[in-house]
Design a protein around this ligand. Structure first.
Ligand SMILES: Cc1cc2nc3c(=O)[nH]c(=O)nc-3n(C[C@H](O)[C@H](O)[C@H](O)COP(=O)(O)OP(=O)(O)OC[C@H]3O[C@@H](n4cnc5c(N)ncnc54)[C@H](O)[C@@H]3O)c2cc1C
Length: 494
């Protein structure tokens, strides 16, 4: 007899904890995830600044779940949920497929929001993926290298100016780490620049750093940032971003900050799948595109569909939506698994989901963090130790915990950075990939050709560099216009 089928979209905190909690349930689980790894997003900024390797924060999903027999892991991006027929359509690497379900858990997280200015993304990467972090690493370390080659002081200053947009935890942590690089790790390694002269500017439209941590910790964090040499521009709105700089507006008027390295750490929005799911299920979404769920985390009229974590909107005790943090997703995942198992074992449903706030924390520099736990407000070294313990605890896998602690020792006790390798592909591939569109288009074309008995219809590298137009190519795949990436590279040395 066929067992109850649970499809899970997303192997982030919500999806993974739901699956683990279902390990002994009489269900067959299909996990659909866009990447082959689980991503521990809270430490992305350390990958971007060379403290950790990407592998330490992104263990392979198959390895994480290798002892759980009731899961089938499938690589691909869920595109569409047909809530009537209970089918998920997935775009895999060069192959499309569908997954049928009896119960669906959707935990596809959030994407970066540029508040309607998606073009900013070309010059100010966000902090949501390994690609983002590696691109930023290449840009940050590359900026010091290129600055060292400049003879024009203005160009040198532009390369040594780093702007971080968004003074929430991610922005504060990022600005703090760049400041540590400039003031602690890199000095003494360049002949023509003094890295300590780098400007690190943290910009936010609101009037406080770490706004959600309350006045006391916000003031502490601001003071620590100032001590580290970070310039904090509050009540300042970003109005434009281009290759050479960023334009801001504040009560002091319009200002241009020349800077080659910008980081976007402001704003999140639910992925497009959330809206599609809501439309199909007749559910509502909020302004950020998150799906409004009932207290049992299901969509109204669809007890078989759970939406978790960053993608859901559920009001907390204060009437405001629960925050987009890991614990909301983890606890939601465990709760959904409990509901599913109880239903199958014909036990009464549990009480409505209640989020237990374990507190929040952010690091500002080595040995300095702020933490808000219940009524307690902590800052400084003790808060940093707490941060350390919590992050080691929630990292997935013993190997990752071990090597992460080693790398932290290198960076925090010594003056090194273990992961400074940055390649040109990391720095420039985003623009090339945008130009190509679906990177698996070539694989699809090859599959179609194979089915049609053709041999090699996909464009070769020679076609691509010759700029062969799509309509002329047998597979109909557009070759890129030439020199899409080159102009940015060409400006590098100016
Ligand atoms: C830079 C950064 C720092 C953060 N720091 C902290 C912190 O210090 N503390 C804290 O509590 N929280 C932090 N957060 C927030 C925390 O990471 C999220 O709240 C949490 O990851 C949400 O879990 P989730 O399961 O909803 O989504 P995610 O963990 O984002 O997982 C979503 C998964 O879905 C996959 N996916 C997305 N779309 C699709 C699709 N269409 N098809 C298939 N798969 C898909 C993704 O590949 C991903 O694996 C941080 C977030 C970021 C970005």
């Amino acid at each position: 007899m066929q067992r109850h089928r649970v499809a899970v979209i997303g192997a982030g905190f919500g999806g993974l904890f739901a699956i683990r909690a279902l390990r002994n349930a009489p269900v067959d689980i299909t996990l659909i995830n866009g990447t082959a790894y689980h991503l521990f997003q809270p430490l992305l900024y350390q990958v971007a600044t060379g403290v950790l390797s990407e592998g330490e924060i992104a263990p392979p999903i198959r390895e994480v779940l290798k002892r759980q027999d009731n899961v089938d892991v499938k690589l691909g991006w869920a595109q569409h949920v047909d809530t009537e027929n209970k089918v998920v359509s997935v775009s895999g690497p060069g192959i499309d497929y569908t997954v049928e379900y009896d119960t669906l858990i959707v935990a596809a997280g959030a994407s970066q929001s540029y508040f309607g200015n998606d073009q900013f993304n070309d010059y100010a990467p966000g902090m949501k993926s390994i690609d983002d972090a590696l691109e930023l690493r290449a840009k940050i370390f590359g900026a010091f290298e290129i600055a060292d080659l400049q003879t024009d002081p203005e160009a040198q200053e532009r390369w040594l100016t780093f702007v971080v947009v968004g003074a929430g935890p991610t922005g504060v942590e990022m600005a703090g780490q760049i400041a540590e690089l400039a003031h602690r790790n890199l000095p003494g390694q360049y002949k023509h620049i003094d890295p300590r002269k780098a400007r690190i500017i943290l910009v936010d439209a609101v009037g406080a750093v770490l706004n959600t941590f309350g006045d006391h910790l916000s003031t502490r964090a601001l003071r620590q940032l100032h001590l580290m040499g970070v310039e904090v521009e509050l009540n300042t709105k970003v109005v434009d971003v281009d290759l050479n700089g960023i334009e801001v507006e504040s009560e002091r008027g319009h200002q241009r900050i020349p800077s080659m390295t910008k980081v976007w750490a402001a704003g999140v929005a639910a992925p497009p799948l959330a809206r599609q799911l809501a439309e199909s299920a007749g559910a509502e979404t909020d302004r950020a595109g998150r799906v409004l769920v009932q207290p049992d985390l299901t969509i109204p009229g669809h007890p078989e569909i759970f939406v978790l974590g960053d993608m859901m909107n559920l009001a907390g005790p204060d009437g405001r939506p629960l925050p987009g943090v890991a614990q909301v997703a983890i606890q939601g995942g465990k709760y959904a698994a409990d509901v599913i198992e109880r239903r199958l074992r014909r036990k009464p449903e549990p009480k409505p989901f209640k989020y237990f706030d374990k507190g929040s924390m952010a690091t500002i520099s080595r040995f300095s963090a702020v933490a808000s736990v219940g009524k307690f407000r902590l800052s400084g070294f003790f808060a940093w130790l707490m941060w350390l313990a919590v992050h080691v605890f929630y990292l997935v896998g013993f190997k990752n915990r071990f090597t992460t602690v080693l790398h932290w020792a290198v960076s925090f006790l010594g003056r090194g950075r273990s992961e400074r390798v940055a390649t040109e592909q990391q720095a420039f591939a985003r623009r090339a990939m945008k130009h190509y569109g679906d990177p698996y288009q070539l694989v699809r074309a090859a599959h179609e050709a194979d089915a049609a008995g053709q041999i090699n219809p996909a464009p070769t590298d020679a076609d691509v560099s010759a700029g062969m137009p799509a309509e002329k190519h047998p597979a109909g795949v557009a070759a890129p216009e030439k020199a899409t990436v080159a102009p940015e590279k060409a400006t590098v040395g100016k």
